[in-house]
Design a protein around this ligand. Structure first.
Ligand code: 5GP
Ligand code: MN
Length: 357
């Protein structure tokens, strides 16, 4: 059975907490991606449909999500903490259950984190990042899973509620299935990595029986870019990619000014970091994007993404040098200062962390 990988006792505890709660807040990580949004909205639809009496359920994201996820059913109801801090803080304060999806440490929800931690209500964490910190009442953590959406599917199955099957012909079943498929697709690069588990395709088959239009979902996520976004991708690869061949490494950096030239919007650089790996002899790729200082601070923030192939961990360097972390082949972190300084630090440090082959 597909739900069997989930510890039955934890699933039962999570189910009871969800049944008992009246005011639920669902959180996901900073820079929400398809898995973050998909898992959050799947649980949101599920709770709204399965509440005994009307539950009040809110999804809160720390900052804006990209426009290529705005079509997800329910995305128009999501609150953005950065845009409405007071409204979000009030919702969090009155929550009697918090559900945390696709992150392993409250730090990953930025300013919302203090509000989450200060609320003594029960918390459920469902996640696939390594080593979650011990902040939740029920922690369902499976780093081997392709995505949090895979875990959400399994948790709902373990509740004996078919996220697809039983609700095959219902609109809500279809909405949940669509959200779940989006996370499976985006966190595996359209099933090109972390996607060797046959169970994944059993889940997809069930989602398709629930009525998802998988080709349409692909089109909505990947084929709706602006001209600026496609040209920014071209610029990044043609003008900005530097190769360090001894280490089979590519580095791309984009400054605030460069991003402005292409009318940068949240999500526009998503996916660029994976592209250098298309080259036959590149096994590591690093991408840096400079942002304006956070409110109340003066230093620019540089967001760093790491990717690698095979047995070449990048999460150690992301953690040690850039206060971040992540998975072996996909990690990230931050640097406070200019893009030049971030790149300088990276270039000094990478020989200690990346393999010379
Ligand atoms: P991305 O490069 O797509 O932003 O992030 C890839 C992965 O790296 C994420 O799934 C997450 O696991 C991890 N990650 C990205 N940024 C951070 C960060 O600032 N801190 C931590 N701990 N992990 C991050
Ligand atoms: Mn994920």
């Amino acid at each position: 059975m597909i739900g069997d990988t989930i510890d039955a006792q934890k699933a039962a505890e999570a189910k009871k907490l969800m049944q008992d709660a009246q005011h639920v807040v669902i959180f996901t990580h900073m820079g929400p991606d398809g898995d973050a949004m998909g898992s959050s909205l799947a649980i949101w639809h599920f709770l709204k449909a399965n509440g005994e009496g009307e539950k009040d359920v809110t999804v809160i994201v720390p900052n804006a999500f990209p426009s290529f996820l705005a079509w997800l059913p329910g995305a128009d109801q999501v609150l953005v903490f950065e845009q409405q801090p007071d409204v979000c803080a009030a919702r969090i304060a009155e929550a009697d259950l918090c559900i945390c999806l696709d992150f392993n440490d409250p730090k990953r929800i930025a300013q919302a984190s203090d509000h989450l931690v200060q609320n003594p209500c029960p918390k459920i964490l469902i996640d696939h990042h390594l080593d979650p910190t011990d902040f939740a009442t029920v922690t369902i953590s499976h780093p081997e899973a392709s995505s949090t959406c895979e875990l959400v599917y399994k948790v709902l199955s373990a509740f004996s509620i078919q996220p697809s099957g039983a609700s095959e012909h219902s609109e809500i079943g279809l909405q949940i299935a669509t959200c779940i498929y989006t996370g499976l697709m985006t966190d595996t690069g359209n099933f090109s990595y972390n996607s060797n588990n046959p169970e994944l395709y059993e889940i997809i088959a069930a989602l398709m029986r629930a009525g998802i239009q998988k080709d349409q979902i692909y089109d909505r996520v990947f084929n709706q870019s602006t001209e600026d976004r496609v040209r920014l991708t071209g610029y990044s690869l043609y003008r900005k990619m530097r190769l360090y061949s001894e280490h089979h490494l590519a580095l791309i950096t984009l400054s605030i000014d460069e991003l402005k030239q292409f009318n940068y919007k949240q999500g526009d650089t998503e996916g660029i970091v994976n592209m250098p790996l298309q080259m036959e002899d590149i096994f590591y790729s690093v991408f840096m994007r400079e942002q304006e200082p956070k409110p109340g601070t003066t230093k620019n923030v540089v967001k760093i993404s790491f990717r690698s192939q095979g047995d070449r961990p990048v999460n150690i360097m992301a953690g040690d040098v850039f206060r971040g972390g992540g998975h072996m082949n996909a990690a990230g972190g931050e640097y406070y200062g200019s893009i030049q300084a971030a790149a300088g630090l990276f270039l000094r440090e990478y020989p200690k962390y990346l393999k010379k082959e």
